[in-house]
Design a protein around this ligand. Structure first.
Ligand SMILES: O=C(O)CCC(=O)C(=O)O
Length: 255
């Protein structure tokens, strides 16, 4: 399979942004979606939230999983070529979709998403540069549940899966991280952040009267293989340890 040309992209990402991502393990890219796109995708998110089964409805967030499979508008957002192109440039390797999910914090949900890395939850072998794109479909100021990152830790690969309901768990697993600086990034609707699957991150509770609407696309190294572990994205597929991820379920992007 030919590798995508990661030097030409419809969305111009400057060298400073790529360099910042490579140093910090996350980056803020403003104004990726237009106001019209935000309005359309937000309406779709509200529609899907009202009708589709929630994978997790813990206070921390409502998680609605694999929305690209059922909703034409959200499919466009998940498979969006600009977002996938930015992810490819940041990763520096070809990627494929792992899964998407909407993460909706209800008004006054009273729970932060506590610090964790993402990769330890996933059943992948040979992942090196996997990353997430977190799309704000509403303004997300600090008090509505924006993201906070611990910079410069994306090569840290020794941390176990963390309980994201437990504020102390990451620091129990990795006590040295307790003294690292936190970087909190409020987003305007249409802004995105990208974060490495190994960058520790959290999100504040939603202390406002409005929902926090976030749509997350997760990209993994295109040549990652399944390691036999449990996960809702793979449990129904009958994959064996060592199998490649099938293209129809985990599409190579951009396409
Ligand atoms: O939005 C949140 O509450 C947490 C998001 C998160 O952990 C992620 O996108 O990896």
């Amino acid at each position: 399979m030919a590798a995508p040309d990661i030097t030409s992209t419809p969305f111009a990402l400057d060298e400073a942004t790529i360099a910042s991502y490579r140093v910090n393990g996350f980056v803020h890219v403003p104004n990726v979606l237009t106001g019209e796109e935000v309005a359309r995708f937000r309406a779709a998110a509200e529609r899907v939230h009202a009708t589709k089964q929630v994978l997790s409805d813990a206070p921390v967030f409502n998680q609605i999983f694999q929305v690209w499979k059922d909703d034409a508008d959200l499919r466009e957002l998940t498979l969006n070529a600009d977002l996938a192109s930015i992810a490819t440039q940041l990763a520096g390797v070809p990627v494929r979709l792992w899964h998407d999910h909407m993460l909706v914090k209800a008004p006054h949900n009273g729970a932060a998403t506590e610090f964790h890395q993402d990769a330890p939850y996933w059943p992948h072998r040979d992942a090196t540069r996997s990353l997430s794109c977190w799309v704000a479909l509403t303004d997300v100021p600090v008090e509505r549940g924006c993201m906070t990152f611990l910079p410069g830790l994306h090569e840290r690969r020794d941390i176990r899966p963390i309980d994201l309901n437990d504020a102390k768990d990451l620091f129990s697993a990795a006590p040295d991280l307790q003294w690292r600086p936190w970087v909190t990034i409020p987003l305007r609707a249409g802004d995105v952040t990208f974060h490495s699957a190994w960058t520790p991150h959290r999100a504040n509770p939603n202390d406002t009267d409005e929902h926090r609407w976030a749509h997350v696309n997760i990209y993994v190294d295109r040549d990652v293989v399944y390691n036999g572990g449990p996960h809702p994205a793979t449990d129904h597929l009958g994959l064996a340890d060592g199998d490649a991820l099938p293209d129809d379920e985990f599409p190579p992007l951009p396409r």
